[in-house]
Design a protein around this ligand. Structure first.
Ligand SMILES: Nc1ncnc2c1ncn2[C@@H]1O[C@H](COP(=O)(O)OP(=O)(O)OP(=O)(O)O)[C@@H](O)[C@H]1O
Ligand SMILES: [Mg+2]
Length: 239
């Protein structure tokens, strides 16, 4: 890809609270993410990783600085345009899965499609394709309680993928999983990245970050260091 990066943060600041209670969580974050990248965001607790992810996901707005998505200044968009951008281009995966409890896997995956004017039949077909991508089609009719932690996280990923996003934002997607399940999720993310989805993932674990192409290290509300060309393929040998 040439030209502007997919995502560009310039001098992003974020202050929570006001007056004496004000706290500056981000102090001028600069970050450029190319289309097709797989970025691991690392750094100590409280360094501003989730705050940055929330801004990238249009779930929160920065106090200062410029956030460009595909060259468009996101601050210049109104609330409706921002939520349109979010629904059209972005998929989210959170540590806690956020699945509806008494709702089957396939119904959970369908949720982001309810905003669109599609028929129930089309929604179901899209949700099944998405579940199939994460290897869970046979579990479509099971509720979260009937699925393992790793399977629940796969459902959450399928839900994020169902709208065909350009970017997948994952805040500690393996935070609740054991190592084996975590590595399976990393293999899945690597696979999705190979299919062209740009991935940004927050993780505390080196072992998971090793799957990324780029590692961005946060410290005290700033990007401290960026490691590039980290991975050419998966950490295990590609055959
Ligand atoms: N809504 C909020 N109101 C006030 N302060 C907040 C808010 N959200 C975050 N903060 C503060 O901003 C700082 C950065 O928080 P953030 O959640 O981005 O950290 P993090 O790097 O994701 O940490 P962790 O690894 O623990 O998830 C923290 O000191 C936090 O207390
Ligand atoms: Mg966090």
């Amino acid at each position: 890809m040439t030209g502007a990066p997919l995502i560009h943060l310039e001098g992003i600041t974020k202050t929570f609270g006001q007056g004496a209670a004000a706290f500056q969580a981000l102090k001028g974050v600069d970050m450029a993410i190319a289309e097709g990248d797989f970025v691991a965001v690392m750094g100590p607790s409280g360094s501003g990783k989730s705050t940055t992810m929330n801004i990238l996901g249009c779930l929160d707005v920065p106090t200062g600085g410029v956030f460009r998505f595909r060259g468009v200044e996101v601050q210049s968009l109104d609330r409706d345009q921002r939520s349109l951008l979010r629904r059209k281009y972005l998929g989210f995966v959170f540590q806690g899965f956020n699945l509806l409890a008494r709702t089957t896997a396939v119904e959970n995956v369908e949720l982001p499609l309810l905003y669109r004017g599609e028929t129930a039949k089309d929604r179901r077909a899209a949700a099944m394709r998405s579940l199939d991508k994460v290897g869970l089609a046979p579990w479509a009719d099971h509720t979260p309680a009937e699925l393992s932690g790793g399977q629940q996280q796969r459902v959450a990923i399928a839900r994020a993928l169902v709208t065909d996003p350009a970017v997948l934002l994952a805040d500690e997607p393996t935070g609740n999983l054991d190592t084996e399940r975590s590595l399976e999720i990393m293999e899945l993310l690597t696979d999705l990245n190979r299919q062209g989805i740009t991935i940004l993932m927050v993780t505390h674990e080196e072992e998971m970050a090793a799957y990324a192409k780029t590692i961005v290290h946060f410290r005290d509300g700033l990007v401290e260091r960026v490691e590039r060309g980290h991975r050419s393929g998966a950490p295990l040998e590609d055959v």
